[in-house]
Design a protein around this ligand. Structure first.
Ligand SMILES: [Zn+2]
Ligand SMILES: [Zn+2]
Length: 89
């Protein structure tokens, strides 16, 4: 294992504030989990994913954050950890 996402592995919680109101977003799960789960309104988001969002080549794990204040989802790119970080931090 090269890199791992601290959020997926329960080592850290999602800590991203809403871009609009600053409320701490709740982790609504991995965006990748939605892949293959066909639903019409998701199709648009998935298309965007192929096209501009950072992905695993950048060692980022895409999560969906939920702002309870705005009632809106936001994509959060979590920087994945290297084994070095795990051992020395
Ligand atoms: Zn993750
Ligand atoms: Zn918000």
């Amino acid at each position: 294992m090269d890199h791992l996402c601290p959020v997926c592995n329960g080592l850290a919680s999602l800590s991203q504030a809403c871009q609009r109101c600053g409320t701490l977003l709740a982790d609504a799960g991995r965006l990748y989990d939605y892949y293959g789960d066909y639903s019409p309104y998701r199709e648009i988001d998935d298309a965007k994913l192929d096209n501009g969002y950072p992905d695993r080549r950048n060692h980022q794990c895409l999560h969906t954050g939920w702002c309870s204040f705005c009632q809106a989802e936001q994509t959060v790119a979590v920087q994945e950890w290297t084994p070095d970080k795990l051992f020395y931090e």
